[in-house]
Design a protein around this ligand. Structure first.
Ligand SMILES: Cc1cc2nc3c(=O)[nH]c(=O)nc-3n(C[C@H](O)[C@H](O)[C@H](O)COP(=O)(O)O)c2cc1C
Length: 457
């Protein structure tokens, strides 16, 4: 008796496994054929990620962060936009985040969002510590959900001693001013693990006592609850770049002599307490991440091995993924020149320490580098920052460049590589026509058929 084989050519990459299975079942009538040598039709075909057999792209394989399934390994890295008013999102944010929701990334992570007013870097930063903030973000999430089922996250942050600054917006408007706010500009009292300022000219922070530590931990918890009610799928806690949590972690900025200073164990206490408290209120079917500095690039600072110790403790505390960043702690840091993927080796080291997914970030500008990082298992995911500002369709273009067939929003379907001869002209040098599937082409369409023109079936 002959064997029944399943020809499974096209699987939309931007679906979770359950959706894919449904899609596949729905297409069985068309897709099943008797043909030897492809893939036996058995129960496992419905339960395992069978597109691995196609060896298409590691970057476009699905991944799960905690309870959150993502269709691919691309995240939009959080990026401050300095466009909020009194901490509240504005029309700009809907345009910005709304556009990125159609970037083809598996998840869009919104910018550093302060958990209390004095934790904002500047007057123009987002906040999530009032009912008004929550209502506006709830509205934004609802609006993007009206056209996208993609995952959306938010980074929760506290700037500590690096708060009370002039924003990029303010500095562009008046390039002559200082980096920090003056009294006239509404400067506020900052706080930190110790009373040492970022540098002698900056504001002097107030060293946080036990009550202040409890207050800030509570602020993260309240913001996490607000983020949950607003409909976010993911929270990333900002533990890097010289902001408050990192200020506690690093011996360069933490001069305390109590249980929150001194040894690495003590310096990690604030971060770990805070994570545990957020974890307790953040649903398990969503994702909780932590962005950390892999190294301080400072002779007296955190090392990669310190970061590995922290990563293990974060996993134990319930974090679902970590992002390995670096830089920005203090003026004395010796920052090496940035080269493509210059922080990837940190992620690679961290993958040896933890079993949760590890994200790499930093000058990952091309799809081929992103693919290489994931396929060589240097990191489980990549976060793309400036690449996404430059090209808010970065993920879709990456799919095309890597020959992966992903669905487009119907509004933009006319520029899908299989529907537009101009795609190959606009993106010369890549794999020109990648889609032979026509999953989302209206049957009677008279649109371009560049795939047919090139002889694809
Ligand atoms: C405009 C801008 C704003 C940023 N804001 C944040 C932020 O809010 N939180 C954060 O963790 N990193 C922030 N970063 C750092 C990026 O998330 C990212 O780690 C960095 O830009 C390196 O990645 P890239 O080379 O892909 O841009 C920002 C970077 C840029 C360019």
């Amino acid at each position: 008796m002959g064997t029944l084989y399943l020809i499974c050519d096209a699987v939309p990459a931007r679906r979770n496994i359950t959706d894919v299975n449904l899609t596949l079942k729905g297409r069985l009538g068309l897709a099943v054929a008797v043909r030897p040598g492809v893939m036996p039709l058995d129960a496992s075909a419905f339960t395992r990620p069978f597109w691995r057999d196609k060896k298409m792209s590691a970057l476009f394989e699905p991944i799960t962060l905690g309870g959150l399934s993502l269709p691919n390994r691309i995240a939009v890295s959080p990026m401050c936009q300095f466009s909020a008013i009194e901490g509240t999102v504005q029309p700009f944010h809907l345009a910005h985040v709304g556009g990125l929701m159609m970037s083809g990334a598996g998840v869009v992570i919104m910018e550093a969002t302060a958990t209390e007013a004095i934790g904002r870097i500047s007057h123009d930063c987002l906040g999530l510590y009032s009912d008004d903030h929550e209502a506006a973000l709830t509205d934004l999430v609802a609006q993007v959900r009206s056209y996208s089922n993609g995952a959306i996250g938010i980074q929760l942050s506290h700037a500590g001693r690096r708060a009370s600054c002039r924003s990029v917006r303010a500095r562009v408007l008046d390039p002559t001013g200082s980096e920090w706010l003056t009294e006239d500009e509404g400067a506020w009292q900052t706080c930190g693990p110790s009373s040492h300022g970022y540098n002698p000219e900056w504001h002097q922070p107030e060293a946080m006592d036990a009550a202040a530590i409890r207050r800030v931990e509570g602020a993260f918890v309240h913001s996490a609850q607000r983020a949950d009610r607003a409909g976010f799928d993911l929270i990333e806690i900002h533990g890097a770049h010289g902001y408050l949590i990192h200020q506690f972690l690093s011996p360069v900025t933490n001069h305390r002599t109590d249980g929150y200073g001194g040894s690495l164990e003590n310096r990690m206490r604030f971060a770990l307490e805070l994570v545990a408290q957020v974890r307790a209120v953040w649903p398990r079917n969503k994702a909780l991440g932590f962005r950390m500095n892999s190294t301080d690039w400072h002779p007296d600072g955190l090392t990669l091995e310190d970061a590995a110790v922290l990563a293990v403790e974060l996993e134990r505390a319930g974090v679902d993924y970590i992002v390995m960043s670096a830089g920005n702690l203090a003026p004395g840091c010796q920052i090496p020149p940035a080269t493509p993927g210059h922080q990837v080796s940190y992620a690679e080291r961290m993958k040896k320490a933890v079993s949760i997914p590890v994200m790499a970030v930093g000058l990952i500008a091309t799809p081929s580098l992103a693919e290489e990082i994931v396929s060589q298992q240097s990191a489980d995911m990549v976060a793309i920052g400036r690449g996404m500002l430059d090209n808010p369709r970065w993920g879709l273009h990456a799919a095309a460049a890597l020959g992966v067939d992903v669905p487009y929003a119907h509004q933009y379907i006319r520029v899908r590589p299989n529907n537009w001869t101009g795609y190959a002209i606009a993106h010369p040098g890549g794999k020109k026509i990648v889609s032979t599937q026509q999953l989302d082409r209206p049957k009677s369409s008279s649109w371009d058929r560049p795939d047919i023109a090139r002889g694809a079936s």
